[in-house]
Ligand binder design. Structure first.
Ligand code: FE
Ligand code: CA
Length: 506
């Protein structure tokens, strides 16, 4: 039914001329990188795909018109929205469709077509309307998926989970090869720095069937960490490229490729080395996600730590300077405003890395990691003050980056274990990326009493079920990332009671 109306409609005349030029080079399955949806709102979602040439390294020429449709049913019989979008060479033939006019809090199915080829059918879901008394919200969050280090079995399990959405917290790609016992390889071992290289890297990662399955099954909200651009970069420099002009050119390419490969709206196209990614997503009266970008605007590492290859900071006075920023002034004001106006049952702060203080020093020494929140204690204190002052008393902080699973009480004052717990933090491990030694992390935990649990040496994601009374957080780990079809198990389960911030065993 859909196909007939597509061919019979005005679409055909628009499609054919542009297709004629590029058709010979389109892959038999032009949707080989999969399909995705994202940015769920009460009346809209964004649909994504990218057309591919037969050979992944080839580029298509000319603009190509792509048909899209959204239906109320899995068999695509009851189409509620449809149209065309242009896949342009300058955006790597990616397709981003902002679909509006949808009904709140219900599943939809979608499909793309080009010529005679049709994509698989994806499933998405709109958010509830702002005043809906939503009873339960279920979502997964994940981060850190170094392609060479393992298979993405976690994503096949996540695809099968019943979820409202997936939140990705960064390190979706890695710009360089590293790690032990690699099971597959990047196109090249060299560190990537150009737009075309980032495009090829996304295409490689997105060729993974399990990652495609998780995108096709749920709408995603995405933010980024450092490896989408360069390891441990801060604003306009990186340890690998201290020249600001050269680094900003690299960042512009990396941000463009990120936009091209994520279900982000057309309004979010990058402008040179800038892309505004932080945003809020509301789920009825139950929860609101505050999604942060802690890379693009942050102060450089204190005491030039990473530029000097000395990430642990000890006795660095610059570290604690009040003028330091993690979010930049604009995003920080936006965040504070969001906390002050918050009105759902739960605040959810989705961000990149472990927020709890982690003193790594042996004995009486105090040693902090330059690249995490410990390198930015003043902005962390301001953030937690804003969280503590919010009319919403229950805040979950979600993180990634550290390639291990953590549960922590975020204290008003980390130096004083008796101080108020203002929020509860969960860091959801890594899909594949190798983490620190587990026994070393247990020793570090012993020195930081607000850290309630840490497990390293395993891989997976986190599952969250939230209702008006409690949150249940499950750390889901696969047996081995070296197996392409690894079973999953629940490593640990924690509860957070509404009105009583802090980690509880469940
Ligand atoms: Fe990572
Ligand atoms: Ca990272």
């Amino acid at each position: 039914m859909f196909r007939r109306s597509f061919v019979a409609g005005a679409a055909a005349s628009l499609v054919l001329p542009s297709l004629a030029r590029a058709q010979g080079r389109l892959a038999d399955d032009p949707f080989g990188l999969g399909i995705a949806s994202g940015r769920p709102a009460a009346d809209s979602v964004v649909l994504w795909t990218r057309l591919m040439a037969r050979d992944r390294s080839e580029r298509l020429a000319g603009a190509i018109t792509v048909g899209w449709s959204v239906a109320e049913d899995e068999t695509m019989q009851r189409i509620v929205r449809s149209g065309e979008a242009l896949a342009e060479p300058r955006w790597a033939h990616s397709v981003h469709v902002d679909v509006g006019g949808l009904a709140a809090n219900r599943p939809y199915w979608y499909r793309f077509t080009v010529g005679r080829a049709a994509s698989a059918v994806g499933r998405t879901r709109t958010a509830p309307s702002a005043n809906e008394r939503l009873q339960e919200l279920r979502f997964a969050f994940a981060s850190c998926q170094q392609y060479e280090q393992g298979f993405y079995s976690s994503y096949s399990h996540m695809a099968a989970d019943e979820l409202d959405l997936v939140v990705h917290l960064g390190d979706y790609i890695y710009e360089k090869s590293w790690g032990r016992d690699l099971v597959r390889h990047h196109e090249s071992r060299a560190r990537i720095t150009t737009l075309d290289q980032y495009r090829d890297r996304y295409a490689l990662y997105k060729s993974d069937r399990d990652l495609q399955a998780a995108h096709a099954a749920h709408p995603w909200i995405v933010t980024w960490d450092d490896h989408e651009v360069d390891d441990d970069y801060t604003d306009d420099i990186s340890p690998q490229e201290a020249d600001r002009t050269r680094f900003l050119a690299q960042r512009a390419g990396a941000y463009q490729a990120f936009w091209e490969h994520m279900p982000l709206s057309n309004a979010m196209r990058p402008q040179g080395p800038s892309l505004t990614l932080y945003d809020r997503y509301r789920y009825g009266q139950l929860a609101e996600f505050h999604v942060l970008d802690d890379r693009q605007y942050r102060s450089h590492h204190a005491c030039s730590a990473t530029l000097k290859q000395g990430k642990p900071l000890e006795g660095c006075a610059e570290r604690i300077e009040p003028g330091r920023t993690m979010l930049g002034a604009t995003q920080e004001a936006w965040f504070n405003d969001g906390m002050a106006r918050a009105s759902t049952r739960w605040n959810i702060v989705a961000q990149q890395t472990l927020m709890a203080e982690l003193d790594r020093g042996p004995g009486d020494r105090h040693v902090y990691w330059a690249d995490g929140w410990d390198g930015y204690p003043a902005p962390r204190q301001r953030l937690l003050d804003a969280v503590g002052a919010s009319p919403v008393k229950d805040t979950l902080v979600l993180g990634g980056d550290v390639h291990s699973f953590w549960a922590a009480d975020l204290k008003q004052d980390f130096a004083s274990p008796k101080s108020r717990t203002v929020a509860t933090e969960f860091v959801g491990g890594s899909i594949t990326s190798q983490g620190p030694a587990n026994d070393r992390m247990q020793a570090v935990k012993a020195k930081n009493p607000h850290i309630r649990s840490v497990t390293s040496g395993v891989n997976g994601y986190a599952h969250v079920a939230l209702d008006r009374k409690k949150g249940l957080v499950s750390f889901r780990t696969v047996r081995s990332v070296k197996e392409p079809d690894s079973p999953v198990q629940t490593l640990a389960r924690f509860a957070v009671e509404a009105g009583r911030p802090g980690v509880q065993q469940a």
